[in-house]
Structures are given as structure tokens and as C-alpha cells.
Design a protein around this ligand. Structure first.
Ligand SMILES: Cc1cc2nc3c(=O)[nH]c(=O)nc-3n(C[C@H](O)[C@H](O)[C@H](O)COP(=O)(O)OP(=O)(O)OC[C@H]3O[C@@H](n4cnc5c(N)ncnc54)[C@H](O)[C@@H]3O)c2cc1C
Length: 383
């Protein structure tokens, strides 16, 4: 006797969307989350996440991003509240740097509707980038923008529950055991017997499934106050961007959000982990308190990247994410096991794809062929 056909362990970005899709397809599903959905203890806190279809990380992600965008709008419409905003997004850097080269490769393969701006154009259109050197260019995607992560996750779980999923929150899964005819998911309250288990535990993925090529990394997020001329830093004038500097360091961020949020009046900025600078941590036991080391490197680049904000952050918080050896996701059945699906290894660029990943997970669970080729995300690809 099974408690459900499938259990989804971890209702963060990817798990909440998997549960949403499974429930609306009528699958008997249960979702288990150790905190309250929309919390800030994992990879999905911090008020905003960039959405773009110009997937510089791998051209094969573009179809997933396109499908995700359709699904974000469906989720938004079911939720009856704004979840995604399309104020445009900008990728900036030297032409041969990884940001621009990756963006142009994805755009070429999929004929994306992006505009190329030379440094003069960019300085004229967005004076906040006035210090841009002549040899840098910008790629503008009008359909890019921001997703509200906490609200989106909470909405996906709520709608999944309304569609028939059972949800256990504030319940930690202590073990996942694969047995002859399915899986046993253990919690301190009870064990659940299911035909299949989906593990979407984000930074904790490696503690629930053995032998996965993932490590969990601690990553700070920082918010800065404009020194003067607040209007210069509003979202319309500083849309979400990623910018590679000449020393290779990549800064990302966006201007002041026009909606109520926990970081009102502040410009959000952070650094990409391009050279593995952020420390590998044990997700169960790491220091979430912040120190100047969390912002020193970024502050040293503010005058170049975003001049005009105070050089001491107004707010700092710590997030984590999972890193794989090739920076691509893990999505599929390890060792082709019919009882187990994993989705993780987000590598710091996974939120935008959550709805599409949720659908791909549901397809795997239901034995449907994938809608597009995600072989580069196969969890067994490292041998
Ligand atoms: C600072 C930062 C900035 C980022 N910016 C962007 C961006 O702009 N655009 C973008 O697309 N991506 C971005 N990302 C990446 C994106 O946020 C992640 O890819 C995404 O949040 C990962 O979602 P997830 O579901 O894998 O993890 P999470 O959302 O953390 O979900 C995992 C869930 O599993 C639960 N869980 C874990 N263990 C257990 C257990 N034992 N029992 C029950 N539940 C459990 C956790 O509580 C958590 O809710 C960023 C990441 C960081 C850290």
C-alpha cells in the first residue's frame, strides 16, 4: 500500500514547481519541506532573481527558459498576483569575455530577439553605466526581467495543494531509502511509502542522495543605498544586468524595485562565482553571519561597475547554491533508477528555469518523453 505515487522532497524553487505540475496533472503527490515555503535558508531567498532567455551558460537551456517563461505566466495568472516582471535585462562585457561570448552563442543558435549596443549606445541609454570602457558592449533582452522568488514558491505550493497535493511543511526528511517496489521517505513524524521519489533539496541534495557530483557553496548578497539622485538608480534606469569587468570579475544586480519589498530603496548587487571564489560549506553547519570579507571584493569594484552608491552595504545576507564540475544542472534518474528523480546542481542560474524544470520532472515521473534535449543535465554524465 503506497501513501502516494510520488514524494517531492524539498519545496524550494524546483520542488515547488515540480509539485505544482504533478498536482495539476492529477498525479497523487506529496511534498515535504523542512521549513516554510518561501523561506530564506536555501538558494531562493533575497527578493529577486533574474529571468532571461539568453542563456549564456549553455545554448541548450534556451528552450527550457522559453517554456519556463510561458509557465511563469501561467503560475502568475493562477496565483492572481505579480510574480514576474519584464523590465528588460542587460549582459555587458568585453566581446571575448564569457558573458558576451556565451550570450551571443545562445542568441545565434536560437535566433533570440536581442539588441547589440556598443559602449556609446549603452552609455547614452543608461547613464548609470557611464564609466563603461569603449571595448565593452551590451546585449539587451527586452523580455528579460525579474522573478519574485519567495512569493513564487509559496504560490506554487499553495496552488499544488489546492489541486490535490498533500504538503508537509516544517518537516525534515531524514532519509530516502530505495526499496524493491519504490521508496521510503523518512521524517521524524512518520515514514512514507511511495512508488517514486523526487529529490529537489537544493544545497542539501548531496546529504540525501549519495555519490552526486555536487558541492554546496556559501554566497553573499548585498544591497546598497544611492549616495544622491535616487531616481538615477530606479529599476527602469538600472534594469537587471550582469557585467564582466576587465579583470574578469563579474558583477550582477539591479536598481531600486518599484514594488514593496524587504529591501526598499536599495540597489541589489553581487558577484558571480566565476573563479570558484566562494567557500564550499556543510549546509547543516555554516556561518550565516556576515563579515567585511563578504563585500570587500565587490566594494572595491563599485566605482567602476556602479558608481554613485555608498561603498558600505546597507544590507547583507547569505544564500547558498550547489556547484557541479561543469556548471550544468543535474536533472534525471541517477543510474537510470525508475524509483528516483533528482533535480539540482543549480549553479547559481537555476531559478529562472524552475517552472520548466518542474514540468521536466513531472514528465520523467510520468514516463513521458522530454520536450527538448536535456542530455547535458544527465546526472550520470560524469561516469
Ligand atoms: C545569491 C544568488 C543569486 C542568484 N541569482 C539568480 C538569478 O538571478 N537568476 C537565476 O535564474 N538563478 C539565480 N540563482 C540560482 C537560483 O536561486 C537557484 O538555482 C535556485 O534557487 C535553486 O532552487 P532549488 O530548488 O534547487 O533550491 P532551494 O530553493 O534552496 O530549495 C531546496 C529546498 O529543499 C528543502 N530541503 C532541503 N533538505 C530537506 C530535507 N531534508 N527535508 C525537507 N526539505 C528539505 C530546503 O528547505 C529548500 O526549501 C541565484 C542563487 C544565489 C545563491
Amino acid at each position: 500500500m503506497f501513501d502516494a505515487d510520488v514524494a517531492v522532497v524539498g519545496l524550494g524553487a524546483w520542488g515547488s514547481c515540480a509539485l505544482w505540475t504533478l498536482a495539476r496533472r492529477g498525479v497523487r503527490a506529496v511534498g515535504i519541506e523542512r521549513f516554510t515555503p518561501g523561506h530564506s535558508m536555501g538558494s531562493s531567498g533575497g527578493t529577486s532573481r533574474m529571468f532571461r532567455t539568453a542563456c549564456l551558460e549553455h545554448p541548450g537551456l534556451v528552450p527550457l527558459a522559453r517554456r519556463s517563461l510561458e509557465l511563469w505566466h501561467e503560475l502568475q495568472s493562477s496565483a492572481g498576483q505579480p510574480l514576474i516582471d519584464s523590465s528588460g535585462g542587460l549582459l555587458i562585457g568585453p566581446r571575448d569575455g564569457h558573458i558576451i561570448a556565451g550570450t551571443l552563442a545562445a542568441s545565434r543558435v536560437h535566433d533570440l530577439p536581442v539588441q547589440m549596443w556598443d559602449s556609446g549606445d549603452l552609455r547614452n541609454r543608461m547613464p548609470v553605466h557611464a564609466g563603461l570602457p569603449d571595448h565593452h558592449i551590451g546585449v539587451w533582452e527586452q523580455g528579460a526581467g525579474l522573478i519574485r522568488p519567495e512569493r513564487a514558491i509559496a504560490a506554487a505550493v499553495r496552488i499544488a495543494e489546492a489541486a490535490g497535493a498533500r504538503v508537509f511543511t516544517d518537516t525534515k526528511v531524514t532519509g530516502v531509502e530505495l526499496v524493491t517496489d519504490g521508496a521510503v521517505v523518512s521524517t521524524p513524524v512518520r515514514d512514507l511509502r511511495v512508488r517514486q521519489v523526487v529529490v529537489t533539496a537544493g544545497g542539501w541534495l548531496g546529504s540525501l542522495v549519495d555519490e552526486l557530483p555536487v558541492e554546496t557553496v556559501r554566497m553573499p548578497m548585498t544591497w546598497f543605498e544611492p549616495m544622491a539622485d535616487r531616481e538615477r538608480f530606479v529599476l527602469d534606469r538600472l534594469p537587471v544586468f550582469m557585467r564582466q569587468l576587465d579583470d574578469g570579475v563579474c558583477v550582477w544586480g539591479h536598481g531600486i524595485l518599484p514594488w514593496n519589498n524587504a529591501h526598499a530603496g536599495l540597489v541589489k548587487l553581487g558577484l558571480e562565482d566565476s573563479d570558484g571564489r566562494f567557500p564550499v560549506i556543510d549546509p547543516e553547519a555554516f556561518d550565516r553571519s556576515v563579515s567585511p570579507e563578504d563585500w570587500d571584493l565587490l566594494v572595491g569594484r563599485l566605482r567602476t561597475a556602479v558608481p554613485g552608491v555608498r561603498e558600505v552595504p546597507a544590507r547583507v545576507s547569505v544564500c547558498m547554491y550547489t556547484r557541479t564540475p561543469d556548471n550544468q544542472f543535474l536533472l534525471g534518474r541517477p543510474r537510470r533508477d525508475p524509483r528516483l528523480v533528482i533535480a539540482g546542481g543549480c549553479n547559481n542560474h537555476g531559478f529562472k528555469h524552475a517552472t520548466g524544470v518542474g514540468e521536466a520532472v513531472a514528465d520523467l515521473v510520468m514516463g513521458r518523453p522530454p520536450s527538448y534535449d536535456l542530455a547535458f543535465c544527465d546526472p550520470d554524465r560524469f561516469g
